[in-house]
Design a protein around this ligand. Structure first.
Ligand code: GLY
Ligand code: MN
Ligand code: MN
Length: 439
């Protein structure tokens, strides 16, 4: 029986070499973090999927971030990685003989030479070398039986910090993740324009990306018409609507653990006003992407997104009689754009360490409050939505005179717009991985 092929194989030999360098960089970063917190050894669990309560079926498993950061091995339960200063990491790869399930073997790759790989049929690491003070990180239910300090609260932020500046290997993986996702976005748009349902679009996305829904970095958001106005719309209507006014698809792909996070919005035939709004938001989004550079405060970028949105709301005739600063200060732009302008991206879609400081009071959902530095990878994802529960209070309150209620109600049937790309901060500015890949 041949092993199942997953779409994660190395796209070129250079990537294999970059991964070897990546492991060397992680070794240095981890050694520093461990030394700073007095640890001689660190054991990382890949995790394991719990059973659903009262059931013998497990949740779909993807893997714990630090384990993916080191190995890229998504979907591998009961594996462990031991990191110690000055030594090759030890990887216990769980490969039981199991007639119920297939066991994935690994194709030979250059990085295997950088670790001491032990294929085992036990769920706990065997022959753990006694190595002084040991930390163990991972899902508490999985690491419970292993000796050491579990998820030490002082060490964890230092480990998260090792994920902030992406290595060239990580950027190459994220580039490939954008590239493959765009094939899915193109297929999704075609099925929308051909009159498909949300479910049809999700199938087309999976087919074009070679990735099943459960393996995606997050649940793909596919909303037609008013559904596009629910930020994290989570269903797939199997019935196509009578009229296709809009499609919002927010969907990514994982490549060797790294996820893209891309959103595109398409207007249906005859939706000229909505198409013009998409065009305006796309222009704003590209301007914001162009502002990505070292030294830029991400909360400032979020504020600029609001100012740009205010200009668009005014130009489109949705809001009248207020200047841009006033629209922002009075919370009008927030009713149309309630989420943050983006976040860190990596082995988790909302990657860690984005909020050493809390977000500004007027941006409670902003997931990134840092100043940008080379090597960071962020999303840039402004939106413009017609969300009844946020707009109704404005339409019936003291600011109502500034709002074009007729136009808002007309466009509510199109739901909303989000446009999202993945951008690397470079020494010279930013590299838009998504547009570079043709998106
Ligand atoms: N796909 C979730 C987000 O854009 O943050
Ligand atoms: Mn995002
Ligand atoms: Mn997204």
């Amino acid at each position: 029986m041949s092993d199942p092929q997953l779409p994660n194989s190395l796209t070129n030999p250079q990537l294999g070499r970059l991964q070897v360098d990546h492991l060397q960089i992680l070794q240095q970063r981890y050694e520093q973090a461990m030394a700073a917190h007095g640890y001689d050894a660190l054991l990382i669990s890949s995790g394991a999927a719990p059973l659903r309560y009262g059931d013998d079926q497990a949740w779909h498993f993807q893997g714990y971030g630090p384990f993916l950061h080191w190995t890229g091995l998504v979907g591998r339960e009961h594996c462990w990685l031991l990191v110690r200063p000055g030594q090759r990491p030890v990887l216990w790869l769980y490969q039981p003989v199991d007639f119920w399930h297939a066991t994935l073997t690994l194709a030979d790759e250059p990085w295997h030479g950088s670790v001491d790989m032990r294929t085992v049929d036990q769920q706990l690491p065997a022959d753990l070398p006694g190595s002084g003070r040991q930390a163990v990180i991972g899902d508490p239910a999985v690491i419970a039986a292993v000796a050491g300090d579990h998820n030490p609260q002082a060490l964890l932020p230092a480990l998260e910090e090792t994920r902030v500046h992406k290595t060239p290997y990580e950027i190459a993986c994220l580039t490939q993740a954008s590239r493959v996702a765009l094939q899915g976005h193109n297929a999704a748009r075609d099925v929308f324009l051909a009159g498909g349902s949300e479910f049809d679009i999700s199938l087309a996305y999976q087919q074009a990306t070679g990735q099943r829904e459960a393996d995606a970095p997050y649940h793909s958001i596919i909303g037609l018409n008013a559904h596009a106005g629910t930020l994290h719309y989570q269903y797939y209507d199997t019935v196509a609507p009578a009229r296709h006014r809009s499609l919002l698809i927010d969907a990514g792909v994982r490549y060797r653990g790294y996820g893209s996070d891309i959103t595109r919005t398409t207007a249906g035939p005859g939706e000229g006003r909505f198409a013009a709004l998409i065009h305006g938001l796309d222009h704003l989004q590209q301007r914001l992407c162009g502002m990505v550079a070292p030294g830029v405060s991400y909360p400032d970028l979020h504020h600029r997104a609001h100012l740009g949105l205010a200009a668009l709301l005014g130009a489109a005739g949705l809001v009248r009689g207020l200047d841009e600063d006033a629209m922002v200060a009075q919370g009008i732009t927030r009713a149309f754009f309630p989420h943050g302008v983006g976040h860190f991206l990596g082995v988790q879609v909302h990657d860690v360490a984005g909020k050493p400081a809390p977000p500004p009071a007027d941006a409670p959902f902003l997931r990134l409050t840092r100043t940008l530095e080379p090597g960071m990878v962020v999303t840039i994802e402004p939106g413009l939505y017609f969300i009844p529960s946020l707009l109704e209070p404005l339409l019936t309150g003291p600011l109502a005179k500034h709002l074009n209620a007729g136009l808002i109600r007309e466009l509510q049937g199109c739901g909303g717009i989000r446009i999202e790309d993945n951008v690397v901060v470079t020494a010279a500015g930013g590299r838009n991985l998504t547009r570079e890949a043709g998106g």
